[in-house]
Design a protein around this ligand. Structure first.
Ligand SMILES: O=C(O)c1ccccc1NCC(=O)[C@H](O)[C@H](O)COP(=O)(O)O
Length: 267
């Protein structure tokens, strides 16, 4: 089986090396967004006036191919924000997801909620980029980083005031959690086989340290799943395809939230 994650990481190393040649760290540090005070995703996920949903803008993916080639980042993320998203996730990987830094910059310019830079971070330079384009949170994927790399990158992000979402898929990966990991995401999608197992989140939840905010990721398409995941201790729900696959992702999000609110009123 083709290991897409290994392929993405190999490509990322080449991309990052090229970008370092184009723009120095000094230039990134001079960006106007670099000195803004980031929003805290941890805090937004605990606000009762929000849904707990981290709504993702994702044009395509290795598992699904093209998801939405028409949607604009401004219309979609603006609606996500208006209808109660606790945070936004914006893909910035171009090669495999059709995203870009420009997408995140556009989302930042119109939304006042935390934004996760959704990418494959392997180098401090990408964390400086995240800060320079106005992100508040970075993703570290345990599957593609050694424990020492997670520790080093998380500490660096934390030193810049960015929060760290560490994504895990199996119990041994929980050992990579450090003091600089603010949120732990359980990816229900196996990034090698693409198989989605919704039970993965519920199995790992009790094993995540109590001081970390728990985020369930991938394959969530039913508001009832959020009720179940909340009962399992999750406060964040990263959802992309369920909204982006629709011709009107904004409407899909609004309908999802309406159903979720109705379900929660019955409990
Ligand atoms: O989605 C993929 O195909 C994929 C492949 C390789 C690495 C990462 C991948 N996806 C990233 C994600 O985990 C999702 O974008 C995110 O959790 C949202 O999932 P979904 O709601 O299922 O779109």
């Amino acid at each position: 089986m083709k290991n897409i994650l290994a392929e993405i990481v190999a490509h990322k190393k080449i991309e990052v090396a090229a970008r370092k040649e184009e723009r120095s760290e000094e230039v990134l540090r001079q960006s106007s967004a670099f000195n803004r005070q980031p929003f805290s995703l941890r805090e937004f996920l605990q606000r009762p006036d929000k849904t707990g949903i981290i709504a993702e803008f994702k044009r395509r993916s290795p598992s699904k191919g093209l998801i939405n080639g028409e949607a604009t980042v401004e219309a979609v993320t603006g609606a996500y924000c208006r209808y109660g998203a606790s945070g936004l996730s914006v893909l910035t990987d171009e090669q495999y997801f059709g995203g870009s830094s420009a997408d995140l910059i556009a989302a930042r310019s119109i939304n006042q909620i935390p934004i996760l830079r959704k990418d494959f971070v392997i180098d401090e330079y990408q964390i400086l980029e995240a800060k320079a384009i106005g992100a508040d949170v970075i993703l570290l994927i345990a599957e593609c980083l050694e424990a020492a790399e997670v520790a080093r990158l998380a500490k660096f992000a934390d030193s810049l005031g960015l929060e760290v979402l560490l994504e895990v898929h199996s119990e041994p990966q929980l050992e990579k959690i450090t003091a600089h990991t603010h949120l732990v995401g359980v990816n229900n999608r196996d990034l090698i086989t693409f198989k989605v197992d919704f039970n993965r989140s519920c199995e790992l939840a009790p094993k995540i340290p109590a001081d970390k905010v728990k985020v369930a990721e991938s394959g969530i398409s039913d508001p009832a799943a959020i009720v179940t995941l909340k009962q399992a201790g999750f406060q964040g729900f990263l959802i992309g395809e369920c909204f982006m696959k629709e011709s009107d992702p904004a409407y899909a999000f609004e309908q999802f939230v309406t159903t979720l609110n109705a379900l929660q009123q019955k409990i």
